[in-house]
Design a binder for this molecule. Structure first.
Ligand code: ATP
Length: 235
């Protein structure tokens, strides 16, 4: 479904990502792990079109999207939830969600159905549909930005550190949401610093270090690789 080959990202003289290969099959949930500065966000933002690749290719099914504009990439079926959790604070939850359907703006009926589906799937957002998004808790805002990305009806969803800065109980709730999305068959690539959190839902993972993929395997293989946690992820 998503195929990244030999990807390189540079910031001036800094080679933040080097020779990265990642594949995510349909319906799979794959984690991209690594310590601070390993190059995870750069890889994700490059796939999303926010950063241009210096080399390499990105394919979504058979479509080459590497180096395309973010809007074209969203239209091709890939949506991204960035780390910053930006909502439109003065708009309601429902209005924020509708903005996520921008690329389908002429399909009013389809958007209405998708909005209803998402509110059914995430009752916490439904209860707050008419509340200003700026008054939501951090965890609820994270749920909102994930649901808003899904209003674009992506075939692949990229998530950048959804647990960042949230209390453990809230992180658990966000990961329940991700697990629910997995049951709907959504394909996901998830960046996380917290290895145990990501491996609780991921089928497979890639571990990055100094811009390169150092290790890849199933969640079970990564868990049983005793050195990985200590070496790259701070235990
Ligand atoms: P974190 O978990 O802290 O977000 P990360 O694994 O996502 O880390 P990146 O944010 O991709 O890592 O950073 C990889 C490297 O690229 C780091 O050395 C970082 O300083 C550098 N870098 C990232 N963004 C920029 C930028 N806009 N300009 C220059 N260097 C950058």
């Amino acid at each position: 479904m998503l195929q990244v080959n030999d990807l390189e990202v540079r910031y001036g003289a800094i080679r933040a990502v080097r020779g990265v290969d990642i594949s995510v099959a349909k319906g799979e949930l794959v984690a991209l792990l690594g310590a601070n500065g390993a190059g995870k966000s750069s890889t994700l933002m490059c796939i999303a079109g926010a950063v241009k690749p210096a080399a390499g290719s990105v394919h979504l099914e058979t479509v080459a999207i590497g180096g395309s504009s973010p809007e074209r990439i969203v239209r091709s079926g890939l949506a991204t939830v960035p780390e910053n959790r930006d909502v439109f604070p003065d708009l309601t939850v429902a209005e924020n969600l509708r903005l996520g359907a921008y690329i389908h703006r002429r399909d009013i009926q389809g958007n209405k159905q998708n909005l209803e589906r998402l509110l059914d799937l995430f009752p916490r957002l439904a209860e707050r549909a008419h509340q200003a998004a700026g008054t939501l808790s951090g965890g609820e805002q994270q749920m909102l930005v994930i649901a808003r990305a899904l209003m674009a009806r992506p075939s692949v969803l990229l998530l950048d550190e959804p647990s960042l800065g949230l209390a453990p109980a809230i992180v658990e709730r966000i990961y329940e949401m991700i697990a629910t999305l997995k049951t709907t068959g959504l394909t996901m690539l998830l960046v996380e610093q917290s290895m145990s959190t990501a491996l609780s839902v991921a089928d497979r993972a890639y571990v990055m270090r100094l811009g390169k993929i150092e290790f890849t395997g199933t969640a079970a293989e990564i868990r049983s690789h005793t050195n990985l946690g200590a070496m790259y992820l701070g235990g």
